[in-house]
Design a protein. Sequence first.
Length: 485
Amino acid sequence: MKNKVLSIIFAIICIIFALELKANADIVSTDKEVNSGDGNVTITVTSKQALGAYTLELTDTAGLELVSASGGQVSSDNKKITGSSTDGITTLGNFTFKVPTVSKDTTYNIKFKASGMETINLDSVPDDTNTAVLTVKAKVETPPANNTTDNNSNSNNNNTTTQEKSSEARLRDFGITPNDFSGFKRDTYEYNVEVPNNVAEVEVYARTLDSNAKIKSGTGKISLKEGQNKAEVVVVAEDGKTTKTYTLNITRQSAETPAEPETEPTTQPTTEPTTENTNEEKLGLSSLTVNQMNLKPNFSTDTYEYTIELTQDINSLEIEAKSNKDTAIVEIFGNENLHQGENLITIIVSDTSSEESTTYQITVNKNLSEKEVVSSVDWLDPATWGFKQYLIVGTVIVLIIIIIIAIILKIKLSKMDDEDDIEFPGVKELDKAMSEHQELTNSEEENKKEVKNIEPENYDTKQKLDEFFNNEEKESTPKKKGKHF
């Protein structure tokens, strides 16, 4: 009995802990100590557990100049690294910074975040953050004995010279969703695009060329009226003074105007005029495949918007995209952590030699039935739970508590049965009287049987015997005393 109870309790505890059990892969970064002006320094970020997939992001450079990054698929601004492997990954990435020149010892806290992590068994791993400490030691120089006051003054001025801030305020990517345009160039600041009448709202997106530059205004969703609409994106450089403005003229067709095939936008450069070679192949993709799924419409280099209807319970899509130019770089965003409903995947093709970029967009409509949505819930990750999941878990916990209480009560009751019975006053005397009465009754019954078995010689003898037994029964019956009611 005890072994069964212990087994049940152990199973219940395992169930409870299983609800909270998750893989853990803490990320760790290397701390460094360098001398002022020592060139570059590299910070390495690793995981305590081998991972199958991950995304590592540099969330805070602490004001340091980022030189490069390596370790997986690196984003264009060198701040994000993604990777995947079936053999497991422990080194997530390396970030190289330029060591600043300082006049006194200075500490920089560089922050990282790892997300979208999975083990090689496809088990989800919670997001984690880490801070690397970079200590830059000021150089101690002993001036010569014959240094004059002017020399010392010049030396102090050199040590306190601060690094000049960048004046780069150009964009590396610019467009709208939906009905985006192609042919964006960093030094072209005005574009025209026409959208159908049924497009009443678009979202303007932009990415800066310098990671330290800021987009002051102009991005986000804007409502469109019929006819001409203007969107202006203002970019402010790191120095806070230099600004660039990119203008997008959006023409929304009137309701009476029949929809026409979208044409390439006419660019109006506000800087140096550009001469395009009509014989040169236009920058774009030469091939695009998504998990062997059908793109709508079929892929074409000149088609920049596609749709996929996703009815499978998958959270990411494997996309193979190749550029039609060897010097171009292809970057893919938004193909992971797909949720129920509409998802947008952006593919950017950038040519480093001509500073030109082209954007493709895939709208993924993930439509799962209610049954499939429930089955896709990760019971080990409460972040994926809905109201029904919390209700089920709460009900299970209540049932487990009731079962534990029932088991405890049963154990206590079984122990009480093993103890001596409780004796009340007069119980022994009552049991003795009842026992004697039972013995007397049994003796009389046996006497009757013996007498009845005797065969009487005649009728008179039998009658006398009957009368005798009748009298005996009357005398043996106790007479009641007291009042009769």
